[in-house]
Design a protein around this ligand. Structure first.
Ligand SMILES: Nc1nc2c(ncn2[C@@H]2O[C@H](COP(=O)(O)OP(=O)(O)OP(=O)(O)O)[C@@H](O)[C@H]2O)c(=O)[nH]1
Ligand SMILES: [Mg+2]
Length: 431
Protein backbone atom coordinates (compact mmCIF):
# COMPACT_ATOMS: atom_id res chain seq x y z
CA UNK A 1 0.00 0.00 0.00
CA UNK A 2 1.45 3.30 -0.97
CA UNK A 3 -0.60 5.89 0.80
CA UNK A 4 0.56 9.43 0.40
CA UNK A 5 -1.54 10.91 3.16
CA UNK A 6 0.46 12.15 6.11
CA UNK A 7 -0.98 11.01 9.41
CA UNK A 8 -0.16 11.91 12.98
CA UNK A 9 -1.19 10.88 16.48
CA UNK A 10 -0.29 11.17 20.10
CA UNK A 11 1.56 7.94 20.87
CA UNK A 12 2.01 8.49 24.57
CA UNK A 13 -0.85 8.37 27.06
CA UNK A 14 -3.50 11.07 27.03
CA UNK A 15 -3.59 13.49 29.92
CA UNK A 16 -0.92 15.55 31.64
CA UNK A 17 2.55 14.01 31.53
CA UNK A 18 6.18 15.01 31.55
CA UNK A 19 6.77 14.27 27.90
CA UNK A 20 4.34 13.62 25.07
CA UNK A 21 5.33 11.65 21.97
CA UNK A 22 3.71 12.73 18.72
CA UNK A 23 4.29 10.54 15.73
CA UNK A 24 3.94 11.50 12.10
CA UNK A 25 4.08 9.11 9.15
CA UNK A 26 3.90 9.70 5.41
CA UNK A 27 5.89 10.06 2.24
CA UNK A 28 8.72 12.59 1.84
CA UNK A 29 8.58 14.23 5.23
CA UNK A 30 12.04 15.83 4.99
CA UNK A 31 10.67 19.28 4.31
CA UNK A 32 8.21 19.12 7.19
CA UNK A 33 10.97 17.91 9.50
CA UNK A 34 13.34 20.69 8.53
CA UNK A 35 10.52 23.16 9.11
CA UNK A 36 10.02 21.75 12.62
CA UNK A 37 13.72 21.87 13.52
CA UNK A 38 14.34 25.17 11.66
CA UNK A 39 17.23 23.79 9.64
CA UNK A 40 18.03 23.41 5.95
CA UNK A 41 19.30 19.86 6.26
CA UNK A 42 19.18 17.02 8.71
CA UNK A 43 20.59 13.61 9.56
CA UNK A 44 18.11 10.79 10.06
CA UNK A 45 17.88 9.20 13.52
CA UNK A 46 19.51 12.20 15.09
CA UNK A 47 17.81 13.96 18.00
CA UNK A 48 17.35 17.70 17.36
CA UNK A 49 16.53 20.10 20.13
CA UNK A 50 14.35 22.81 18.66
CA UNK A 51 12.30 25.93 19.32
CA UNK A 52 9.25 24.65 17.54
CA UNK A 53 7.24 27.56 16.07
CA UNK A 54 3.87 27.87 14.34
CA UNK A 55 3.17 29.65 11.06
CA UNK A 56 3.15 33.07 12.76
CA UNK A 57 6.54 32.42 14.31
CA UNK A 58 5.04 31.99 17.77
CA UNK A 59 6.75 29.40 19.93
CA UNK A 60 4.70 26.20 20.30
CA UNK A 61 7.15 24.45 22.60
CA UNK A 62 10.80 23.66 23.14
CA UNK A 63 11.09 20.06 22.14
CA UNK A 64 13.15 17.26 20.65
CA UNK A 65 12.44 15.80 17.21
CA UNK A 66 13.83 12.77 15.37
CA UNK A 67 13.51 11.79 11.72
CA UNK A 68 13.30 8.15 10.62
CA UNK A 69 13.73 7.77 6.89
CA UNK A 70 11.82 5.11 4.94
CA UNK A 71 12.00 2.19 5.09
CA UNK A 72 13.85 2.28 8.41
CA UNK A 73 10.88 3.21 10.53
CA UNK A 74 8.01 1.55 12.34
CA UNK A 75 5.61 2.06 9.43
CA UNK A 76 8.20 1.64 6.70
CA UNK A 77 7.40 5.19 5.56
CA UNK A 78 9.17 8.42 6.49
CA UNK A 79 8.40 9.13 10.12
CA UNK A 80 8.90 12.00 12.51
CA UNK A 81 8.71 11.77 16.26
CA UNK A 82 8.33 14.93 18.29
CA UNK A 83 8.84 14.85 22.03
CA UNK A 84 7.03 17.84 23.48
CA UNK A 85 6.12 18.73 27.03
CA UNK A 86 3.12 16.63 27.94
CA UNK A 87 0.54 19.40 28.25
CA UNK A 88 -2.74 19.17 26.36
CA UNK A 89 -2.31 22.80 25.20
CA UNK A 90 1.06 21.97 23.61
CA UNK A 91 -0.27 18.81 22.04
CA UNK A 92 -3.32 20.59 20.62
CA UNK A 93 -1.20 23.41 19.24
CA UNK A 94 1.13 20.86 17.58
CA UNK A 95 -1.86 19.11 16.07
CA UNK A 96 -3.20 22.43 14.72
CA UNK A 97 0.17 23.11 13.15
CA UNK A 98 0.29 19.67 11.53
CA UNK A 99 -3.20 20.13 10.08
CA UNK A 100 -1.95 23.24 8.28
CA UNK A 101 0.73 21.01 6.75
CA UNK A 102 -1.81 18.73 5.04
CA UNK A 103 -1.57 16.06 7.66
CA UNK A 104 -4.55 14.43 9.33
CA UNK A 105 -5.08 12.63 12.59
CA UNK A 106 -4.51 8.87 12.29
CA UNK A 107 -7.23 6.30 12.80
CA UNK A 108 -6.89 3.62 15.48
CA UNK A 109 -4.14 1.20 14.50
CA UNK A 110 -3.33 3.08 11.30
CA UNK A 111 0.43 3.19 11.94
CA UNK A 112 0.48 -0.58 12.41
CA UNK A 113 -1.71 -1.04 9.36
CA UNK A 114 0.84 0.85 7.28
CA UNK A 115 3.62 -1.23 8.84
CA UNK A 116 1.69 -4.36 7.84
CA UNK A 117 1.12 -3.24 4.25
CA UNK A 118 4.78 -2.20 3.98
CA UNK A 119 5.81 -5.68 5.14
CA UNK A 120 7.32 -4.42 8.38
CA UNK A 121 5.01 -6.63 10.45
CA UNK A 122 2.77 -9.61 9.83
CA UNK A 123 -0.52 -10.10 11.61
CA UNK A 124 1.09 -12.31 14.25
CA UNK A 125 3.44 -9.45 15.10
CA UNK A 126 0.45 -7.10 15.28
CA UNK A 127 -1.28 -9.58 17.60
CA UNK A 128 1.86 -9.51 19.73
CA UNK A 129 1.79 -5.72 19.82
CA UNK A 130 -1.88 -5.72 20.88
CA UNK A 131 -1.12 -8.31 23.57
CA UNK A 132 1.91 -6.35 24.78
CA UNK A 133 -0.11 -3.17 25.16
CA UNK A 134 -2.68 -5.19 27.14
CA UNK A 135 -0.15 -7.17 29.20
CA UNK A 136 -0.77 -7.13 32.95
CA UNK A 137 1.32 -10.03 34.15
CA UNK A 138 4.95 -10.81 33.48
CA UNK A 139 4.00 -14.04 31.69
CA UNK A 140 1.73 -12.08 29.37
CA UNK A 141 4.51 -9.56 28.71
CA UNK A 142 7.00 -12.31 27.87
CA UNK A 143 4.63 -14.12 25.57
CA UNK A 144 3.55 -10.92 23.80
CA UNK A 145 7.16 -9.91 23.22
CA UNK A 146 7.94 -13.34 21.78
CA UNK A 147 5.11 -12.85 19.35
CA UNK A 148 5.99 -9.24 18.56
CA UNK A 149 9.61 -10.07 17.87
CA UNK A 150 8.58 -12.52 15.17
CA UNK A 151 9.20 -15.82 16.97
CA UNK A 152 5.58 -16.90 16.60
CA UNK A 153 5.64 -15.93 12.94
CA UNK A 154 8.57 -18.30 12.42
CA UNK A 155 6.66 -21.17 14.02
CA UNK A 156 3.53 -20.49 12.00
CA UNK A 157 5.58 -20.12 8.83
CA UNK A 158 7.18 -23.47 9.55
CA UNK A 159 3.72 -25.07 9.98
CA UNK A 160 2.56 -23.53 6.75
CA UNK A 161 5.65 -24.58 4.82
CA UNK A 162 5.21 -28.14 6.04
CA UNK A 163 1.59 -28.11 4.86
CA UNK A 164 2.56 -26.77 1.46
CA UNK A 165 5.22 -29.47 1.22
CA UNK A 166 2.79 -32.21 2.20
CA UNK A 167 0.16 -31.14 -0.33
CA UNK A 168 2.88 -30.92 -2.98
CA UNK A 169 3.96 -34.49 -2.16
CA UNK A 170 0.35 -35.62 -2.29
CA UNK A 171 -0.03 -33.98 -5.67
CA UNK A 172 3.16 -35.69 -6.83
CA UNK A 173 1.73 -39.08 -5.88
CA UNK A 174 -1.18 -38.29 -8.17
CA UNK A 175 0.91 -37.05 -11.06
CA UNK A 176 3.88 -39.41 -11.13
CA UNK A 177 4.38 -43.11 -11.67
CA UNK A 178 4.89 -45.07 -8.49
CA UNK A 179 8.37 -46.13 -9.70
CA UNK A 180 9.50 -42.53 -10.12
CA UNK A 181 8.67 -41.61 -6.54
CA UNK A 182 10.62 -42.23 -3.34
CA UNK A 183 9.77 -45.51 -1.60
CA UNK A 184 6.86 -45.42 0.86
CA UNK A 185 6.11 -41.82 0.00
CA UNK A 186 2.42 -42.32 0.79
CA UNK A 187 3.20 -43.58 4.30
CA UNK A 188 5.61 -40.71 4.85
CA UNK A 189 3.05 -38.17 3.73
CA UNK A 190 0.49 -39.57 6.14
CA UNK A 191 2.85 -39.77 9.10
CA UNK A 192 4.15 -36.25 8.43
CA UNK A 193 0.57 -35.01 8.46
CA UNK A 194 -0.18 -36.85 11.69
CA UNK A 195 2.90 -35.38 13.38
CA UNK A 196 1.98 -31.92 12.26
CA UNK A 197 -1.57 -32.36 13.50
CA UNK A 198 -0.27 -33.39 16.90
CA UNK A 199 1.99 -30.37 17.03
CA UNK A 200 -0.85 -28.00 16.20
CA UNK A 201 -2.99 -29.65 18.85
CA UNK A 202 -0.24 -29.15 21.40
CA UNK A 203 -0.04 -25.49 20.44
CA UNK A 204 -3.74 -24.95 20.82
CA UNK A 205 -4.03 -26.79 24.11
CA UNK A 206 -2.27 -23.93 25.89
CA UNK A 207 -4.97 -21.51 24.88
CA UNK A 208 -7.67 -24.01 25.73
CA UNK A 209 -6.10 -24.54 29.13
CA UNK A 210 -6.18 -20.87 30.00
CA UNK A 211 -9.66 -20.44 28.61
CA UNK A 212 -10.87 -23.57 30.37
CA UNK A 213 -9.56 -22.37 33.72
CA UNK A 214 -11.63 -19.24 33.29
CA UNK A 215 -14.84 -20.55 31.69
CA UNK A 216 -14.90 -24.26 32.46
CA UNK A 217 -13.54 -27.32 30.65
CA UNK A 218 -15.91 -28.40 27.84
CA UNK A 219 -16.43 -32.16 27.69
CA UNK A 220 -18.78 -33.44 25.00
CA UNK A 221 -20.31 -36.89 24.62
CA UNK A 222 -20.65 -37.83 20.96
CA UNK A 223 -21.43 -40.93 18.95
CA UNK A 224 -24.08 -42.62 16.86
CA UNK A 225 -27.68 -42.81 18.02
CA UNK A 226 -28.62 -45.27 20.74
CA UNK A 227 -25.07 -46.08 21.85
CA UNK A 228 -25.92 -44.82 25.35
CA UNK A 229 -24.58 -41.25 25.46
CA UNK A 230 -27.48 -39.94 27.54
CA UNK A 231 -27.21 -42.89 29.92
CA UNK A 232 -23.49 -42.15 30.43
CA UNK A 233 -24.24 -38.44 30.91
CA UNK A 234 -26.79 -39.25 33.63
CA UNK A 235 -24.42 -41.72 35.28
CA UNK A 236 -21.57 -39.17 35.44
CA UNK A 237 -23.72 -36.37 36.88
CA UNK A 238 -25.62 -38.73 39.16
CA UNK A 239 -29.14 -37.71 38.10
CA UNK A 240 -31.59 -38.41 35.29
CA UNK A 241 -31.24 -35.08 33.48
CA UNK A 242 -31.22 -36.47 29.94
CA UNK A 243 -34.01 -38.60 28.49
CA UNK A 244 -32.98 -42.19 27.80
CA UNK A 245 -34.92 -44.51 25.52
CA UNK A 246 -34.30 -47.34 23.12
CA UNK A 247 -35.62 -45.20 20.27
CA UNK A 248 -32.75 -44.02 18.06
CA UNK A 249 -32.66 -40.24 17.90
CA UNK A 250 -34.00 -39.60 21.42
CA UNK A 251 -31.69 -36.69 22.16
CA UNK A 252 -32.27 -33.87 19.70
CA UNK A 253 -30.91 -30.92 21.58
CA UNK A 254 -27.69 -30.38 23.50
CA UNK A 255 -28.17 -31.09 27.21
CA UNK A 256 -25.47 -29.46 29.32
CA UNK A 257 -24.66 -29.24 32.97
CA UNK A 258 -21.80 -27.97 35.10
CA UNK A 259 -20.02 -30.35 37.41
CA UNK A 260 -16.86 -30.31 39.47
CA UNK A 261 -14.19 -32.82 38.59
CA UNK A 262 -11.02 -32.68 40.67
CA UNK A 263 -11.68 -29.05 41.59
CA UNK A 264 -12.04 -27.98 37.98
CA UNK A 265 -15.25 -26.56 36.60
CA UNK A 266 -16.52 -28.85 33.84
CA UNK A 267 -19.29 -28.19 31.31
CA UNK A 268 -20.50 -31.64 30.36
CA UNK A 269 -22.73 -31.92 27.28
CA UNK A 270 -24.85 -34.74 25.92
CA UNK A 271 -25.58 -34.40 22.21
CA UNK A 272 -27.85 -35.71 19.48
CA UNK A 273 -26.56 -38.97 18.00
CA UNK A 274 -25.00 -38.62 14.58
CA UNK A 275 -26.79 -40.39 11.72
CA UNK A 276 -28.30 -39.67 8.31
CA UNK A 277 -31.83 -38.43 8.88
CA UNK A 278 -34.66 -36.69 7.06
CA UNK A 279 -36.10 -35.38 10.31
CA UNK A 280 -35.59 -31.63 10.20
CA UNK A 281 -35.45 -31.19 13.98
CA UNK A 282 -32.97 -34.01 14.35
CA UNK A 283 -30.85 -32.43 11.61
CA UNK A 284 -30.74 -29.19 13.59
CA UNK A 285 -29.73 -31.25 16.64
CA UNK A 286 -26.88 -32.81 14.66
CA UNK A 287 -25.70 -29.38 13.53
CA UNK A 288 -25.65 -28.36 17.18
CA UNK A 289 -23.61 -31.49 17.97
CA UNK A 290 -21.05 -30.40 15.39
CA UNK A 291 -20.69 -26.95 16.89
CA UNK A 292 -20.30 -28.52 20.36
CA UNK A 293 -17.51 -30.66 18.92
CA UNK A 294 -15.75 -27.56 17.61
CA UNK A 295 -15.87 -25.98 21.05
CA UNK A 296 -14.91 -29.08 22.95
CA UNK A 297 -11.82 -29.29 25.11
CA UNK A 298 -12.34 -33.03 25.33
CA UNK A 299 -14.52 -35.41 23.33
CA UNK A 300 -15.77 -38.68 24.73
CA UNK A 301 -16.61 -40.74 21.70
CA UNK A 302 -19.09 -43.48 22.51
CA UNK A 303 -19.31 -46.69 20.49
CA UNK A 304 -21.00 -50.04 20.94
CA UNK A 305 -18.45 -52.00 18.96
CA UNK A 306 -14.84 -51.66 17.89
CA UNK A 307 -14.40 -48.39 16.00
CA UNK A 308 -12.65 -48.44 12.64
CA UNK A 309 -10.42 -45.48 13.38
CA UNK A 310 -9.49 -43.85 16.67
CA UNK A 311 -8.64 -40.19 17.00
CA UNK A 312 -5.72 -39.55 19.35
CA UNK A 313 -7.25 -36.55 21.11
CA UNK A 314 -10.53 -38.25 21.95
CA UNK A 315 -11.40 -40.69 24.71
CA UNK A 316 -12.94 -43.68 22.98
CA UNK A 317 -15.34 -45.77 25.04
CA UNK A 318 -17.33 -48.86 24.18
CA UNK A 319 -20.57 -48.76 26.14
CA UNK A 320 -22.89 -51.64 27.00
CA UNK A 321 -19.96 -53.79 28.07
CA UNK A 322 -22.48 -55.90 29.99
CA UNK A 323 -23.62 -57.26 26.63
CA UNK A 324 -20.11 -57.94 25.33
CA UNK A 325 -17.93 -61.01 25.55
CA UNK A 326 -14.84 -59.75 23.73
CA UNK A 327 -13.31 -56.83 25.59
CA UNK A 328 -9.74 -57.04 24.35
CA UNK A 329 -9.22 -53.72 22.54
CA UNK A 330 -6.53 -51.95 24.58
CA UNK A 331 -7.17 -48.56 22.94
CA UNK A 332 -10.71 -48.13 24.23
CA UNK A 333 -12.33 -48.05 27.66
CA UNK A 334 -15.11 -50.58 28.17
CA UNK A 335 -17.96 -49.21 30.26
CA UNK A 336 -21.55 -50.00 31.08
CA UNK A 337 -23.96 -47.20 31.95
CA UNK A 338 -26.27 -49.96 33.14
CA UNK A 339 -23.95 -51.64 35.67
CA UNK A 340 -21.47 -48.79 36.25
CA UNK A 341 -18.62 -50.98 35.06
CA UNK A 342 -15.51 -49.05 33.90
CA UNK A 343 -16.66 -45.61 35.08
CA UNK A 344 -13.74 -45.30 37.51
CA UNK A 345 -11.32 -45.86 34.64
CA UNK A 346 -13.21 -43.38 32.46
CA UNK A 347 -13.17 -40.72 35.18
CA UNK A 348 -9.44 -41.20 35.75
CA UNK A 349 -8.83 -40.82 32.04
CA UNK A 350 -10.90 -37.63 32.00
CA UNK A 351 -8.88 -36.24 34.93
CA UNK A 352 -5.62 -37.15 33.23
CA UNK A 353 -6.66 -35.34 30.03
CA UNK A 354 -7.84 -32.32 32.01
CA UNK A 355 -4.58 -32.04 33.90
CA UNK A 356 -2.61 -32.40 30.67
CA UNK A 357 -4.55 -29.51 29.22
CA UNK A 358 -4.78 -27.17 32.21
CA UNK A 359 -1.44 -27.79 33.86
CA UNK A 360 0.59 -27.23 30.69
CA UNK A 361 -1.04 -24.08 29.56
CA UNK A 362 2.37 -22.87 28.39
CA UNK A 363 2.02 -22.98 24.64
CA UNK A 364 4.67 -22.73 21.93
CA UNK A 365 2.85 -19.81 20.38
CA UNK A 366 0.79 -17.00 21.83
CA UNK A 367 -2.81 -17.56 20.85
CA UNK A 368 -5.68 -15.11 20.87
CA UNK A 369 -9.31 -15.48 19.81
CA UNK A 370 -8.41 -14.69 16.19
CA UNK A 371 -5.55 -17.13 15.82
CA UNK A 372 -7.44 -19.71 17.89
CA UNK A 373 -10.29 -19.84 15.36
CA UNK A 374 -7.86 -20.17 12.46
CA UNK A 375 -5.65 -22.71 14.21
CA UNK A 376 -8.77 -24.74 14.91
CA UNK A 377 -9.76 -24.50 11.26
CA UNK A 378 -6.33 -25.76 10.29
CA UNK A 379 -6.58 -28.67 12.75
CA UNK A 380 -10.04 -29.59 11.44
CA UNK A 381 -8.71 -29.67 7.87
CA UNK A 382 -5.71 -31.82 8.82
CA UNK A 383 -8.04 -34.10 10.77
CA UNK A 384 -10.29 -34.36 7.72
CA UNK A 385 -7.30 -35.07 5.51
CA UNK A 386 -6.35 -38.02 7.72
CA UNK A 387 -9.74 -39.41 8.70
CA UNK A 388 -11.38 -39.03 5.30
CA UNK A 389 -8.36 -40.42 3.44
CA UNK A 390 -9.42 -43.37 1.29
CA UNK A 391 -6.54 -43.52 -1.17
CA UNK A 392 -7.69 -40.37 -2.92
CA UNK A 393 -4.82 -37.92 -2.72
CA UNK A 394 -6.77 -35.27 -4.57
CA UNK A 395 -9.08 -34.69 -1.61
CA UNK A 396 -6.25 -35.24 0.86
CA UNK A 397 -4.12 -32.53 -0.77
CA UNK A 398 -7.06 -30.15 -0.85
CA UNK A 399 -7.65 -30.53 2.91
CA UNK A 400 -3.97 -29.98 3.69
CA UNK A 401 -3.89 -27.00 1.36
CA UNK A 402 -6.85 -25.48 3.22
CA UNK A 403 -5.09 -26.17 6.52
CA UNK A 404 -2.14 -24.17 5.18
CA UNK A 405 -4.43 -21.36 4.07
CA UNK A 406 -5.81 -21.04 7.60
CA UNK A 407 -2.25 -20.64 8.93
CA UNK A 408 -1.61 -18.14 6.13
CA UNK A 409 -4.53 -16.13 7.47
CA UNK A 410 -3.00 -16.14 10.96
CA UNK A 411 0.13 -14.60 9.49
CA UNK A 412 -1.83 -12.31 7.21
CA UNK A 413 0.01 -13.75 4.19
CA UNK A 414 -3.45 -14.65 3.00
CA UNK A 415 -5.75 -11.96 4.15
CA UNK A 416 -9.07 -10.38 3.60
CA UNK A 417 -9.72 -6.75 4.32
CA UNK A 418 -12.11 -7.81 7.11
CA UNK A 419 -9.43 -9.79 8.96
CA UNK A 420 -6.90 -6.97 8.74
CA UNK A 421 -9.39 -4.27 9.70
CA UNK A 422 -10.69 -6.26 12.67
CA UNK A 423 -7.13 -6.70 13.93
CA UNK A 424 -6.01 -3.09 13.56
CA UNK A 425 -9.16 -1.67 15.09
CA UNK A 426 -8.16 -3.38 18.35
CA UNK A 427 -5.12 -1.14 18.60
CA UNK A 428 -5.22 2.24 20.23
CA UNK A 429 -4.56 5.61 18.64
CA UNK A 430 -0.93 6.30 17.89
CA UNK A 431 -0.09 2.63 17.18
N1 LIG B 1 -27.50 -53.16 28.23
C1 LIG B 1 -27.21 -51.88 28.26
N2 LIG B 1 -28.04 -50.97 27.73
C2 LIG B 1 -27.72 -49.68 27.76
C3 LIG B 1 -26.51 -49.23 28.32
N3 LIG B 1 -26.45 -47.89 28.20
C4 LIG B 1 -27.58 -47.50 27.57
N4 LIG B 1 -28.35 -48.58 27.30
C5 LIG B 1 -29.65 -48.57 26.63
O1 LIG B 1 -29.46 -48.13 25.28
C6 LIG B 1 -30.57 -47.38 24.83
C7 LIG B 1 -30.13 -46.04 24.32
O2 LIG B 1 -29.60 -45.29 25.40
P1 LIG B 1 -29.46 -43.71 25.33
O3 LIG B 1 -28.70 -43.33 26.53
O4 LIG B 1 -30.79 -43.09 25.13
O5 LIG B 1 -28.60 -43.59 24.03
P2 LIG B 1 -28.16 -42.26 23.26
O6 LIG B 1 -26.80 -42.55 22.70
O7 LIG B 1 -28.31 -41.10 24.12
O8 LIG B 1 -29.19 -42.24 22.07
P3 LIG B 1 -29.70 -40.97 21.22
O9 LIG B 1 -30.04 -39.87 22.12
O10 LIG B 1 -30.87 -41.52 20.49
O11 LIG B 1 -28.60 -40.65 20.27
C8 LIG B 1 -31.51 -47.29 26.04
O12 LIG B 1 -32.51 -48.27 25.92
C9 LIG B 1 -30.61 -47.57 27.22
O13 LIG B 1 -31.30 -48.13 28.31
C10 LIG B 1 -25.63 -50.22 28.89
O14 LIG B 1 -24.55 -49.93 29.40
N5 LIG B 1 -26.03 -51.51 28.81
MG1 LIG C 1 -29.38 -39.42 23.95
Amino acid sequence: MNNNETIFALSSAHGKSGVAVIRISGDNLSELFERIINKKEHTPRHAYYTNFRDENGDLIDQCVAVYFNAPHSFTGEDMIEIYTHGAMAVINKTFEFLCTKNARIAEKGEFSKRAFYNNKMDLTDVDGLIALLDAQTDKQRQSALRSLSGEDSKIYQDYRNQMIEISAYAAAILDYDEDDLPKDIDKKVLSKTENLLQELQKSISGFRGTRALRNGFNIVLVGETNVGKSSIFNKIIGSNRAIVSDIAGTTRDVVSTQIDIDGYLVNLSDTAGIRETNDVIEQIGIEKTNSEIENADLIIHVYNENPEKLLPDEISVINKSDLLKDKTNKDVIYISAKTGDGFDILLNKIKEKMHESMDNSESRVAINERSYELLNESITELNNAITKYDGNYDIFAEHVRRAGDAIGKILGVITTKEIADATFSRLCLGK
